[in-house]
Ligand binder design. Structure first.
Ligand SMILES: Nc1nc2c(c(=O)[nH]1)N[C@H]1C(S)=C(S)[C@@H](COP(=O)(O)O)O[C@H]1N2
Ligand SMILES: [Mo]
Length: 200
C-alpha cells in the first residue's frame, strides 16, 4: 500500500515521532478513501442543515455558508487504515463559530453528521466543539478536490479521519449516541488515534 519513498519518509529524522500516533505510517501523498462514488453537487441546490435537538432548525445556502467568518487550521490527519499525513492546512468555517448562531437544546450531547449518499458519522458534542474542528472548503490553499470532499468536508483533526465526513450536508443533534456508517460496521464510537480506538 505504501511505496518505499513513503516508508522512508516515516523514518525521516525531521519528523518528531511524538506527532505520529501508535501504529501509524506517515505518507506524503494524500490517499483517497470513501465508500461509494464521488457525488456530483450543484452549489445552487447545496444546503447545510442543522436539525434534531435545536430550538429552531437551520438551513444555510452556499452563499450564506460563504459569508460566515473563516478560520485556518494546521493539523495532522490520521486514518484508521494506518496512514498519517502531517502538516495540512485546512481553511473554512469553524464549527464552533457556526454553532454560536444556533440554539442547541440542553439535552443535546451528541451529533450525527450527515453527508451526501447517506454517509453518516457520530461524534460527542464536546469533540465537535473543539476550536480546530472545521467545515473546510480549502486544503493547502486550494479548493478541495471533488474526491476529497468538495465543496465542504468536516475536519476533526484529533480523531481518526473517518469522522471527517466528506461532502458534508448537515448536523443532527441527539441526546444519546448512535452509530454512524462505519461505526455500524464495528468502527469505534469515538476514534481517538492516540488511544488506538480503531474498532469497538
Ligand atoms: N462522505 C464520506 N466521507 C468520508 C468517508 C466516506 O466513505 N464518505 N470515508 C471516511 C474515511 S474512512 C476516511 S479515511 C476519510 C478519507 O478522506 P480523504 O479521501 O480525503 O483522504 O474520509 C472519511 N469521510
Ligand atoms: Mo478511513
Amino acid at each position: 500500500m505504501f511505496n518505499t519513498e513513503e516508508r522512508g519518509h516515516s523514518a525521516d529524522l525531521t519528523i518528531d515521532p511524538r506527532r505520529v500516533p501508535p501504529g501509524q505510517v506517515v505518507t506524503r501523498k494524500w490517499p483517497v478513501l470513501h465508500y461509494g462514488s464521488v457525488p456530483r453537487i450543484d452549489l445552487a441546490r447545496w444546503d447545510f442543515r442543522i436539525t434534531g435537538l435545536v430550538e429552531e432548525p437551520v438551513r444555510l445556502t452556499w452563499p450564506e455558508f460563504q459569508s460566515l467568518p473563516r478560520t485556518t487550521v494546521h493539523c495532522d490527519i490520521h486514518c484508521v487504515t494506518r496512514w498519517s499525513r502531517l502538516d495540512n492546512t485546512f481553511e473554512g468555517v469553524a464549527v464552533r463559530d457556526l454553532l454560536a448562531r444556533v440554539r442547541l437544546k440542553p439535552e443535546a450531547r451528541f451529533v450525527m453528521v450527515h453527508a451526501e449518499h447517506g454517509f453518516t458519522t457520530n461524534l460527542p458534542l464536546d469533540d465537535l466543539l473543539r476550536p480546530d474542528v472545521l467545515l473546510a472548503d480549502h486544503h493547502d490553499g486550494l479548493p478541495l478536490a471533488p474526491e476529497h470532499g468538495w465543496p465542504v468536508r468536516l475536519v476533526v483533526p484529533h480523531l481518526y479521519f473517518w469522522k471527517s465526513a466528506k461532502w458534508v450536508r448537515g448536523f443532527e443533534f441527539l441526546a444519546d449516541d448512535r452509530p454512524g456508517f462505519w461505526e455500524q460496521y464495528g468502527y469505534h464510537m469515538r476514534g481517538d488515534p492516540w488511544k488506538e480506538e480503531r474498532y469497538a
